[in-house]
Write a new protein. Structure first.
Length: 62
């Protein structure tokens, strides 16, 4: 894939500068795949926390 900002080929589908402004970001496949991977990681971490025994409190539990 080609980074349109830096005009370089990127093989690992990871944005090199995710915190720096990029005018191409809205249509960037590299950025899209990077965000999807982060979402998946966050979801897996959230599921691990929710599955932890003894840590799940529901509203109204005392």
């Amino acid at each position: 894939m080609l980074c349109m900002k830096k005009d370089i080929e990127i093989r690992d589908e990871t944005c090199r500068d995710p915190n720096i402004y990029c005018k191409f970001r809205s249509g960037c496949m590299i950025w899209y795949l990077y965000k999807e991977r982060l979402r998946k990681i966050r979801l897996e971490e959230k599921e691990k926390i929710e599955e932890s025994p003894g840590l799940n409190y529901k509203k109204g539990d005392v």
